[in-house]
Design a protein around this ligand. Structure first.
Ligand code: FES
Length: 131
């Protein structure tokens, strides 16, 4: 999508996709300004007893060099939600993108949230580049 609706002057809100595009307990990939973003939807939260959670990580797997993270399997490691790369099976924490097997590697995490029936991404407005 190309629509960016400024609600606060220092933040741009981008509508990435509809919640109907999400797949529960799995990943889908959205395109934002040339970046492939893997969206993981946990409809009752990580512990399956709470509010819906959504996480967004780079789709690019640094180990295989392939754009496959969105096809990874969601799981739990030490009480934290993770996604396993479908190629070499490294686990990345959904909250911060850190690779559990090699903490020097981490996927970029994108600030997304559910708003009504949309998935929105918040980015700094162009004239507030440091926020
Ligand atoms: S540029 Fe497409 S949603 Fe932001």
């Amino acid at each position: 999508m190309t629509a960016a609706n400024a609600i606060r002057s220092d933040i741009d809100i981008h509508e990435l996709c509809c919640t109907a595009d999400l797949v529960a307990w799995s990943g889908v990939v959205a395109l934002h300004q040339g970046h492939q973003i893997a969206l993981f939807y946990l409809p009752q939260g990580h512990d399956r007893q709470g509010e819906a959670e959504i996480f967004a990580l780079d789709n690019h797997d640094p180990f295989s060099g392939a754009n496959v993270i969105g096809r990874g399997i969601i799981g739990d490691k030490g009480g934290e939600p993770v996604v396993a790369s479908p190629i070499y099976k490294q686990h990345f924490r959904l909250r911060d993108g850190v690779c559990l097997e090699d903490p020097e590697q981490r996927l970029t995490v994108w600030p997304v949230r559910l708003e009504g029936d949309m998935v929105v991404l918040e980015t700094p407005a162009p004239d507030h580049p440091t926020r």
